[in-house]
Design a protein around this ligand. Structure first.
Ligand code: NI
Length: 135
């Protein structure tokens, strides 16, 4: 089994806010993250697979790049995440974002005979989330 990874970048803004809570409760729960602010995100998408003897690749990374742009990056780059359709009624924390991106990518990769292994999403240099599906 081999693991290949493509790293992508996007910038986006959000507020962390639970609409079922009061203004004060949100301020206590999320602190300064309750205010409008932005991040430079880095996403690392890893596939697990075997080498295709015809190409020598697990997957052509140019093709993976196109899928990532189409399904994730172009949807979220320079956007206010709370208003983006895929985050409708979801608080756009790094955790939730990694899970939503997994959902957006898994089936399209599977249809191309590739297995999504993990999504690693960096919100800052120090904070990141790894999601590997429901294991
Ligand atoms: Ni934030």
């Amino acid at each position: 089994m081999l693991y290949i990874t493509r790293r992508e970048h996007f910038s986006a803004s959000h507020t962390l806010h639970n609409k079922n809570l009061s203004k004060e409760e949100n301020e206590v729960l999320f602190g300064k993250c309750n205010s409008f602010h932005g991040h430079n995100y880095y996403m690392e998408v890893t596939l697990a697979g075997e080498i295709n003897p015809k190409s020598g690749y697990v997957m052509d990374l140019k093709k993976l790049n196109e899928i990532l742009l189409d399904k994730v990056i172009n949807i979220v780059d320079h956007k206010f995440l709370n208003d983006v359709g895929i985050f409708k009624s979801i608080i756009p924390t790094t955790e939730n974002m990694a899970m939503v991106f997994w959902k957006e990518l898994k089936d399209v990769l599977k249809a191309d005979n590739h297995r999504l292994y993990s999504i690693k999403l960096y919100e800052t240099e120090k904070n990141f989330v790894i999601y590997k599906g429901d294991e």
